[in-house]
Design a binder for this molecule. Structure first.
Ligand code: PBG
Length: 334
């Protein structure tokens, strides 16, 4: 008599035997519609400028920004998140260029809307750090602290000019207390009831933002730990989440993504609004750098990192690879 007793009665490997079998039983699927492209538009340049810490990503001119938006649309990407990079001499303590109707971000928003209309969800980063000479996300008190409530007044003005310029969605990323509520009021009082808020609800003070700071030419010295969250904390994120929902966030975001998948999963489990995650500059740079050295399979690592973020519960993912990945998904589905 054959003895089977020492062999497994259950064989999960049966469902991994062929690519079609694996595809059929896959629990998580990435789709171009999940993807949002963050993009930088810089004032006063006539050709795009490469960002050395983020190989493959550029600071756009208005013209190349339009082209990038069109490419994203044809790849099936859902949205674009715009960041403005003003000329250095336009930076000041209040971040004046951030509320100038002709400021670079506003010009970028108008250019993209003129080009793609509603074919992309057009989003704008609502924060002062790109526009301040000290590099902080808000205005400072005389003794150099970030002044929460004075900053809120600036954010309210920013919300209005960004919505006037055509943003479908504003994305407050400065982590000031009360920012979502103040921005909601400002939008409603200026006839922008339909403009929604994608709140950077959970935003950790992360070393992985490093490459981004080159991307926006940030002049920050020091850190953002008095307003961004401590990576050690979980409950604090749930508190931020409750506040943002109460203040009227339409969608919430967790950032960074990869090192914070536990937080993302917890947030996704506990809300009934759409949840986004931002695969940030450092996450991008690490994969690109390792791939450049031949230490990692670039394309596979990109797909795996995005699948992980999706699996953890993000419906939308901001990623600098959005267009490329959307194109690849298109090809694999064709
Ligand atoms: C703040 C902002 C930052 C990022 C997005 N919005 C930088 C920061 O908080 O220091 C980082 C995005 C990335 O690293 O890709 N305006």
């Amino acid at each position: 008599m054959t003895v089977y007793g020492n062999f497994p009665g259950s064989r999960p490997r049966r469902l991994r035997t062929t690519p079609t079998m694996r595809r059929m039983v896959a629990e998580t699927r990435l789709d171009a519609a999940n993807l949002i492209l963050p993009a930088f538009v810089r004032e006063g340049i006539d050709a795009p400028v490469a960002i050395s810490t983020m190989p493959g990503v550029q600071q756009h001119t208005l013209d190349t920004l339009r082209k990038a938006a069109v490419e994203a649309v044809s790849a099936g990407v859902s949205g674009i998140m715009l960041f403005g990079v003003p000329a250095d001499e336009k930076k000041d303590g209040r971040g004046t260029a951030g509320t100038d109707p002709d400021g670079i971000l506003q010009a970028g928003l108008r250019a993209v809307r003129a080009e793609v209309g509603d074919d992309l969800v057009v989003m704008s980063d609502l924060c002062l750090d790109e526009y301040t000479d000290h590099g902080h996300c808000g205005v400072l008190t005389e003794d150099g602290r970030v002044d929460n409530d004075a900053t809120l007044e600036r954010y309210a003005e920013m919300a209005q000019v960004q919505a006037d310029a055509g943003a479908h969605v504003v994305g407050p990323s400065g982590m000031m207390d009360g920012q979502v509520g103040v921005i909601r009021d400002a939008l409603d009082q200026t006839g922008h009831e339909d403009v929604s808020i994608l709140a950077y609800t959970v935003k950790y003070a992360s070393a992985f933002y490093g490459p981004f700071r080159e991307a926006v030419g940030s002049s920050l010295k020091g850190d953002r730990r008095t307003y961004q969250q401590d990576p050690a904390n979980v409950r604090e994120s749930m508190r931020e989440l409750a506040l943002d929902l109460e203040e009227g966030a339409d969608m919430v975001m967790v950032k960074p993504a990869g090192p914070y998948l536990d937080i993302l999963a917890k947030v996704a489990d506990s809300v009934d609004v759409p949840v986004a995650a931002y695969q940030i500059s450092g996450e991008y740079a690490m994969i690109e750098a390792a791939a450049e050295k031949g230490w990692i399979d670039r394309d596979a690592a990109i797909m795996e990192s995005l699948t992980g973020i999706r699996r953890a519960g993000a419906q939308m993912i901001l990623t600098y690879w959005a267009t490329e990945v959307a194109q690849r998904l298109r090809r694999s589905q064709a």
